[in-house]
Design a protein around this ligand. Structure first.
Ligand code: SF4
Length: 250
């Protein structure tokens, strides 16, 4: 039995998949997106956060069986609402052994995974086989721009996206709308091309930039100085519906 590090459990979540859900936030992320609003998720280890002058520990270790037991408490609620459990982060695939162990302890419960897709092909397949729905982030189609704004290239992400598409498994593609970074016609056209014809794709969600993104950086002792105009309204290019892809702007 393994243990993992999580930093939050949110009950009654309604934006992380169908129905009423419990969302588990796993700690650790290999990316450093310039617009990330959860910098406390980056380190895998628990860390101190300073909130209103008071120190709090962010992140704790939990056994797979204990987490599964807690999640199962709301099994009837999930069933009645068509909901389930969603794993997010950080990047939940960074703790794949723990994640898959928890998932295996939740038979019959709908399981969604929100991921950047940044993981080895083997890890992605391990999680894919246990997941009912992916919320798959696609930040930038261009590898160099991806590296510039997230700290890593997107080759593993695009490879795992192809694996997901080939599997036919249901997924929602989530694209953060970052003004002047990825809200260009070129990026939206390229993203739509990546997704065209994917039988499992339920919709694309364009997520507006969170104006509060910088709020938690001082709490973990980091500066927030995004290399884009935070206040600028993002441009919305609908490259998706003309390819027959359902689009939601959030
Ligand atoms: S992948 Fe998500 S959690 Fe990781 S840095 Fe990017 S926005 Fe933050």
């Amino acid at each position: 039995m393994s243990s993992g590090i999580i930093f939050s459990i949110e009950e009654f979540a309604i934006n992380d998949g169908p129905g009423i859900r419990t969302t588990v936030f796993l700690k650790g992320c290999p990316l450093r997106c310039a617009w990330c609003h959860n910098p406390e998720s980056w380190k895998r280890e628990p860390q101190i956060m300073v909130k209103k002058g008071r120190e709090e520990m962010c992140g704790y270790s939990i056994e797979a069986a204990d987490l599964a037991g807690r999640l199962k408490r709301d099994e009837a609620l999930y069933r009645d609402s068509g909901g389930g459990v969603t794993f997010t982060g950080g990047e939940p695939l960074m703790q794949a052994a723990f994640l898959t162990e928890v998932m295996d302890l939740l038979p019959g419960i709908h399981k969604a995974v929100e991921t950047s897709g940044y993981a080895s092909p083997e890890t992605f397949r391990e999680v894919l086989s246990r997941t009912d729905l992916f919320l798959f982030d696609i930040k930038l189609a261009d590898p160099e721009l991806h590296r510039q704004f997230t700290g890593a290239g997107n080759a593993p992400i695009l490879q795992n996206l192809q694996t997901l598409i080939a599997s036919g498994k249901p997924f929602v593609a989530r694209v953060p709308l970052i003004p002047g970074v990825n809200d260009t016609p070129e990026n939206m056209e390229a993203t739509a091309e990546l997704l065209e014809g994917a039988s499992g794709l339920q919709r694309v969600e364009l997520l507006r930039y969170n104006q509060m993104a910088g709020a938690k950086y001082p709490m973990v002792g980091l500066p927030y100085d995004p290399p884009f105009q935070e206040k600028q309204e993002p441009k919305i290019h609908d490259a998706f519906t003309k390819k027959g892809i359902k689009l939601l702007i959030l």
